[in-house]
Design a protein around this ligand. Sequence first.
Ligand SMILES: [Zn+2]
Ligand SMILES: [Zn+2]
Length: 159
Amino acid sequence: MGKRYYCDYCDRSFQDNMHNRKKHLNGVQHHRAKKAWFDNFKDPKAILIDEQAKKMCRKFLQKGICDFGPNCRFSHMSEEDFLSLKRQVEVENSQRHFEDKILSDRRIDDWLSKRERRLNAPVVKETLRLRWKNTLKKVTYLLSSSPFLTFRRHSCLLL
Ligand SMILES: [Zn+2]
Ligand SMILES: [Zn+2]
């Protein structure tokens, strides 16, 4: 027994040779499976817009089955399918909105905690302490060493 070819889309395998492969990859069944597989990843909103642009398939409407399957250029969606798809889109929209809100809340929290950490950082505290100490020293020096007039002039400059 030779190698086997496994088709992901169709979830089936067959003996791997040129003939079988060509036959499979060009087959209607494979095309349908492939399209259905990609549709799985489509956004419900995109599907809804796609389907709304199509006319209802008469054949499917009458017989409940159409040879074209997912490849049909007309819509095979029933009223109920549409409604449930619409609901799905709505649910997703509100979820997305909710997630966005959580994300932005988290960003603000992050920013606040980062800011707090920065303010509480030992280096900053130390710098502030030194600056304050220097100011105190300067003031004490001015107060103690200068005559009243000089002090007044300095304090005017300071102001
Ligand atoms: Zn296949
Ligand atoms: Zn159809």
